[in-house]
Write a protein that binds this ligand. Structure first.
Ligand code: BDR
Ligand code: CA
Length: 313
């Protein structure tokens, strides 16, 4: 089968970096048409630079990286340096990129690709706030019906929130954008905190990355070491959750995940619960299902896949 064509929309972020590395390590499964950077974990000048650093780390400087929206649709940007460090990619010491950024704006690239490729053949993989994707949908509503699937990391139901008591970071940063995306009618698969909080990088799993002995394996181990300090303290867990790679792993091995096709709405009105993903997991409303909301992961299978693929870079 031909590899699935994807656009990764991202705000690297160490876990975004690992998600990108997994995709770039899997060319038989995934054809990365472009990486579109958005403001999120850190401001846009850093996320677009980090995306290029990661492509070069993977030995794939030919990957197209585009810069997108520098602020949410209707709000001031909230960032997460307290988790990811000042650069967004703190941990390993990686060289500045020499590959160029594409001239085209990320939103234009998303619109143009969806219009020019055959209908139903492009999958969008948002790993950060949904600003670029929602802006593309607002500018060109015709693209919604052309999307094969949107597989995104964001939201939570049973785990509720990580940036506020009620909201997950990616949705909280741009709830208006999330509302547009969840209402767009394209098939949506969600990797919420309910899943990603089970994808914990234990010491043993991190040692397996380091033991690859390659620049990629060592960098991934160092990235994880860095952001773990925050999550371990916060959750008292055995390791940090590796959120975003759940998206690219799902595209390679969907059977690692289970969930339900349900209705998911985004709270944009209440200050208290802003950005909450109101997921009708128990089917207690008659609101139409609009997303497959994952609930569980085979974590051992996920880490085996990840380690095996990173070894290829
Ligand atoms: C999400 O927020 C970011 O900090 C991570 O990169 C991930 O995409 C988890 O809530
Ligand atoms: Ca992210």
């Amino acid at each position: 089968m031909a590899p699935r064509k994807i656009i990764i929309d991202t705000d690297p972020g160490q876990d975004d970096a690992v998600a990108i590395l997994l995709a770039l390590a899997s060319p038989d499964d995934l054809d990365v048409l472009g990486i579109t950077a958005v403001a999120g974990n850190v401001p846009l000048p850093l996320t677009q630079k980090n995306a290029r650093i990661v492509c070069e780390l993977a030995g794939k400087p030919e990957t197209k990286v585009f810069s997108g929206c520098d602020a949410p649709i209707a709000r001031k940007l909230v960032t997460a340096e307290h988790v990811h460090g000042k650069t967004g990619l703190d941990g390993p010491s990686l060289p500045d990129p020499s590959m160029a950024l594409q001239d085209q704006h990320a939103v234009d690239f998303i619109v143009e690709t969806l219009r020019s490729e055959p209908e139903g053949t492009i999958t969008l993989c948002p790993l950060g706030p949904l600003t670029n994707i929602a802006t593309a949908l607002q500018r060109a509503p015709d693209i919604a019906g052309r999307i094969q699937e949107i597989v995104l990391m964001g939201g939570a139901y049973f785990e509720v929130g990580n940036i506020t008591p009620a909201a997950e970071f990616n949705i909280y940063v741009d709830p208006e954008a999330a509302k547009v995306v969840f209402a767009c009618g394209a098939p949506i698969t969600v990797m919420p905190l309910d899943v990603t909080h089970k994808a914990l990088v234990t010491a043993e799993r991190n040692n397996a990355f380091r033991a690859l002995g390659s620049p990629v394996g060592v960098a991934v181990a160092e990235m994880t070491d860095f952001f773990e300090r925050f999550d371990k303290e916060k959750y008292g867990s055995a390791g940090a959750p590796l959120h975003d790679p759940c998206v690219t792993a799902y595209l390679i091995q969907p059977e690692l995940f289970t969930g339900r096709h349900i209705n998911v709405e985004i709270e944009t009105g209440s200050d208290l619960t802003l950005g909450m993903t109101v997921a009708d997991w128990w089917g207690v409303t008659d609101r139409a299902p609009n997303a497959t909301f994952m609930g569980d992961i085979n974590a051992d299978g996920f880490f085996s896949l990840l380690t095996e693929r990173l070894a290829r870079l």
